[in-house]
Design a protein around this ligand. Structure first.
Ligand SMILES: [Cu+2]
Length: 163
């Protein structure tokens, strides 16, 4: 009898865990959208990349990005670029707030997710799954394509000529 109760307890904990994970991810998909996301192809001889995207918060509450994880790397950090001593530098951030009913753009020379210790180099047109971690144990899983830096830079300079 004692054993049975123990088993029941365990399975109940297991079921409620599944339910809570399911609820938090489905809630976030409704609350948040991620657009224009991509990762940079790895430069030969290095094992780093970075991820860029536009995160939109469709809720009336601020949401706080606190990190990201993926099976391509054991170390992903939130970074920003800052000017110091007239030099562009990267700095790690603990978190990144996505204000209510607003969006934040992660882009070259701005906020980005820095990916260290890549298991394998990222090639153009690879697809990478990332899990974005938000405060209050909320996760959002996204899949982003890998793009070449060159192509992106050309697009950007081409865009600038139109302004
Ligand atoms: Cu960085």
């Amino acid at each position: 009898m004692k054993k049975l109760i123990e088993q029941l307890k365990r399975s109940f904990v297991f079921v409620s865990l599944i339910v809570s994970v399911f609820l938090s991810t489905s809630t976030l998909a409704k609350d948040l959208s991620v657009e224009h996301g991509y990762l940079r192809a790895t430069i030969p001889g290095t094992s780093v990349s970075s991820a860029y995207m536009e995160i939109t918060n469709k809720t009336n509450n601020d949401l706080v990005l606190i990190g990201a994880s993926s099976n391509i790397s054991n170390r992903i950090e939130i970074h920003e670029h800052i000017m110091s001593d007239e030099m562009m530098r990267m700095r790690q951030r603990e978190s990144l707030m996505i204000p209510a009913n607003d969006h934040v753009v992660l882009q070259p020379s701005g906020y980005h997710l820095m990916i260290f210790n890549l298991n394998t180099p990222l090639k153009v047109d690879d697809k990478v799954e990332l899990t974005l971690h938000f405060s209050e144990n909320k996760d959002m899983i996204i899949t982003l394509p890998v793009e070449s830096i060159k192509r992106k830079k050309q697009e950007e300079s081409a865009n600038h000529h139109h302004h």
